[in-house]
Design a protein around this ligand. Structure first.
Ligand SMILES: [Zn+2]
Ligand SMILES: [Zn+2]
Length: 436
């Protein structure tokens, strides 16, 4: 089966730099919208290359923006203070309030097609495994705070910086306008939606993003497709009463929420495509001798297409209305995040395939397209570009994920970063070699 796999990458010198960067970012993971240290560390690396225009801080954010799931103020201040101590206030003050991330621009040669690459930079609030079998622990680069790069975004940052270095070296060899988006807040923050509104995104002719891991096998997925997904925070409002003496006077919010939960999990599947529906973050604080006055949960639906997702959404909200009526309680809900899906441009998928083959990756290890049940906010940038007539693709750099994404033992094969950089460079060459 060995020829089914992407072979180990041989360029040890380049790989070493990627590995060093990855391990440095791995050691200091920051949660979404608090990636202050991370952002400025990226800037330092870009500055060293001398050729890039670097934009960051509140200035790169649209005037009307919606950052989902902003951390508590004290959490944000904690990471801000850490970065301030590290770099000095002058370097980071433009990011105060969670305006993290970087946009870097390089004009190669005489300019030409505009190509955007996007890499996400945030980590998760997760305690990293202390098990000696877990490579970061064994090799001494385990997280030094309460977060963890448990999704591989440390690898994404390093690939972005590796690509920037390579493009700088080859500056005169191509005619292209390159933008690299180091995007914050992917893990539920909808950073992709915020960054998609940056004026440069509309102008892109080509857009490329990627993710490491994903499928547990070393393979290149030329075009990954993601599910559309919507989340709602739901609240049921009842009336408290003594559960023993006068239960008839109460209106039971907990019961409504519980019945809604089981009914949402029992929604029928869809014949036209994959679906998901479920409930989490369920709370009701009344003791058992009080009829519950309030209950809340977060509802999540997913669908293979926007239409299917919307249908799941409608059905789930109907269940909520029904459960409220059954129990004579009030209810309200609030959208706390929508992930859209996006299509890969077939010509771009083909280009990934050709580049991967040219690099010597066996055909059997190259998959044309695969639908993943997760969601991604790069889809917002993809949509923005393709709606304006540009082309977009999301590449899967498949490899084992050990404990799986978002687990305390998550890890990935570091040499896949070198394959990633090579694929991005190969694509830039092909794109810039062609007339628009
Ligand atoms: Zn993730
Ligand atoms: Zn991720």
């Amino acid at each position: 089966m060995a020829d089914d796999l992407v072979p180990p990458h041989k360029e040890t010198r380049d790989l070493l730099k990627l590995q060093l960067l990855r391990r440095e970012f791995h050691e200091y993971p920051e949660p979404m919208w608090a990636e202050f240290w991370t952002t400025y560390r990226i800037i330092q690396e870009l500055q060293e290359l001398e050729e890039w225009d670097i934009y960051y801080g509140i200035d790169i954010y649209p005037k009307k923006e919606y950052r989902n799931n902003l951390p508590e103020e004290e959490v944000m201040e904690h990471y801000y203070e850490h970065a301030k101590t590290h770099y000095g206030i002058g370097k980071i003050e433009g990011m105060h309030g969670g305006y993290t991330g970087v946009i870097a621009h390089l004009k190669m040669g005489k300019g030409g097609p505009k190509i955007g690459f996007r890499f996400d930079i945030d980590a998760l609030h997760l305690h990293e495994s202390e098990d000696q079998n877990h490579k970061p622990t064994r090799e001494g680069f385990r997280s030094k705070n309460d977060n963890m790069h448990g999704c591989g975004h440390d690898g994404h940052i390093s690939m972005g910086l590796g690509l920037a270095r390579l493009l700088t070296k080859k500056k005169k060899k191509l005619n292209a306008d390159i933008y690299i988006y180091f995007q914050p807040g992917e893990e539920g923050g909808l950073g992709g939606s915020v960054f998609s509104k940056h004026k440069t995104v509309k102008e892109l002719d080509y857009f490329i993003s990627a993710h490491l891991g994903l499928v547990d096998t070393r393979k290149i997925i030329c075009g990954v497709e993601f599910m559309a997904s919507t989340r709602y925070k739901v609240t049921f409002e009842g009336k408290a009463a003594h559960a023993g003496v006068a239960p008839q006077e109460g209106q039971n919010a907990l019961l409504a929420a519980a019945q809604a939960t089981t009914a949402i999990h029992a929604l029928p599947r869809h014949g036209d495509g994959a679906t998901r529906a479920g409930v989490g973050d369920f709370h009701s604080y009344s003791p058992s001798n009080v009829i519950s006055e309030e209950a809340t949960f977060v509802l999540e639906v997913r669908g293979e297409t926007m239409e299917i997702n919307e249908e799941m959404e409608r059905k789930a909200l109907n269940v909520i209305k029904g459960a409220a009526k059954m129990n004579n309680v009030g209810f309200h809900y609030k959208n706390v995040g929508t992930y859209i899906n996006a299509k890969n441009t077939p010509a771009m998928r083909k280009m990934v395939k050709d580049v991967a083959k040219e690099l010597g990756i066996p055909s059997k290890a190259i998959i044309d397209t695969q639908l993943l049940m997760g969601s991604e906010d790069a889809t917002y940038l993809m949509r923005e570009v393709t709606n304006k007539g540009g082309k977009a693709v999301f590449v899967g750099l498949g490899c084992p994920t050990y404990g799986g994404h978002h687990s305390s033992k998550f890890d990935f094969d570091e040499d896949m970063m070198a394959w990633g950089v090579d694929i991005f460079w190969g694509m830039a060459q092909r794109i810039a070699g062609k007339k628009k």
